[in-house]
Design a protein around this ligand. Structure first.
Ligand code: AMP
Length: 293
């Protein structure tokens, strides 16, 4: 934990200066990129980052490039003062809050993008075309700006984590990527800034996602077939008043459909709409499963 006060950096120059100082003084830097409206899930990432390096820097930037035309870019919750207070209380060294003019000096029509096609086109990428290109591009830019030794991401956004891992490997980026387990409400609902769009009763309804993921893990472990498990969960999610987008058992490594005869570790991923809010969640299945599936 850093004993000096939190530094608020909003220009690229001040960030670069800060980074140079850390380098000169031999401190490792761990980085947590966020879109702000920080909750205990983000703070868990910060605490993990503090284990990895002497100093932690958090970015807060709502990246227009990863939002579709009909998505919530303009209404995305902004709570900068509270976010800064929370980071200060944790002893974070610096927060980087760039303006869009600093992130995209040539505008969003810039010529260079980072694309990680195979893993970006399925699941969330199928219903949010261009989303992961926007994510990979901004994370690559942030890595170039911050030059962290390590960067921490939540498994809550499982596909995003896999896109970033693939990008880092493919482009030989000198950053260690660390994934952190999902932080949940006591009733199982995964913490998310978008939960703020839900009413109290919708938050209760939304717990069906975690319930079905947990049930699915148990059923698969008991040998039920992937198809049966996926079908039953989709029906239960619809019966709870959500509109299921996908509920699918995948291989952790490449997010391709899981196959009963392959002993690779699996992850169950779910996405559903509740009113106008899109919710995602997932659970990993630890290690290879045994018995018939
Ligand atoms: P966001 O601000 O939503 O872009 O999220 C910033 C980082 O926090 C991403 O790496 C997310 O995966 C992670 N994150 C968001 N919600 C959670 C959660 N409930 N538990 C753990 N990590 C999370």
């Amino acid at each position: 934990m850093s004993s000096s006060p939190l530094q608020h950096l909003s220009s690229l120059n001040s960030l670069r200066q800060w980074r140079k100082t850390q380098h000169k003084e031999g401190r490792r830097v761990a980085f947590v990129p966020t879109m702000g409206n920080l909750h205990s899930g983000h703070l868990k990432l910060v605490r993990e980052a503090q284990k990895l390096a002497e100093v932690v820097i958090v970015s807060i930037y709502v990246n227009p490039m990863q939002f579709g035309a009909n998505e919530d870019l303009d209404s995305y919750p902004k709570t900068l003062e509270a976010d800064i207070a929370a980071l200060e209380a944790l002893g974070v060294a610096a927060v980087f809050t760039p303006a869009t003019a600093a992130m995209y000096p040539r505008g969003l029509a810039q010529q260079t993008f980072v694309e990680v096609p195979q893993i970006s086109d399925l699941l969330c990428g199928a219903s949010r075309p261009g989303h992961f290109r926007g994510v990979a591009t901004v994370v690559c830019k942030l890595f170039n700006m911050v030059q962290p030794d390590s960067a921490v991401f939540g498994k809550k956004d499982y596909q995003q984590l896999m896109v970033i891992r693939a990008m880092v490997a493919d482009l030989s980026l000198p950053v260690e990527v660390v994934g952190v387990d999902t932080e949940r409400e006591p009733n199982g609902l995964a913490k998310s800034s978008r939960n703020g769009y839900l009413s109290a009763s919708q938050k209760q309804q939304a717990t069906v996602l975690y319930q079905q993921l947990s049930d699915a893990v148990r059923s698969l472990e008991q040998g039920e077939t992937i198809e049966c498990v996926e079908d039953r969960a989709q029906r239960a999610i619809a019966a709870a008043g959500l509109e299921p987008e996908y509920f699918t058992v995948r291989q952790q490594q490449d997010l391709q459909p899981a196959k009963a005869d392959q002993p690779a570790p699996w992850v169950i991923l779910a996405a559903a709409r509740l009113g106008s809010t899109r919710l995602i969640d997932n659970l990993e299945l630890a290690g290879p499963l045994h018995g018939p599936r």
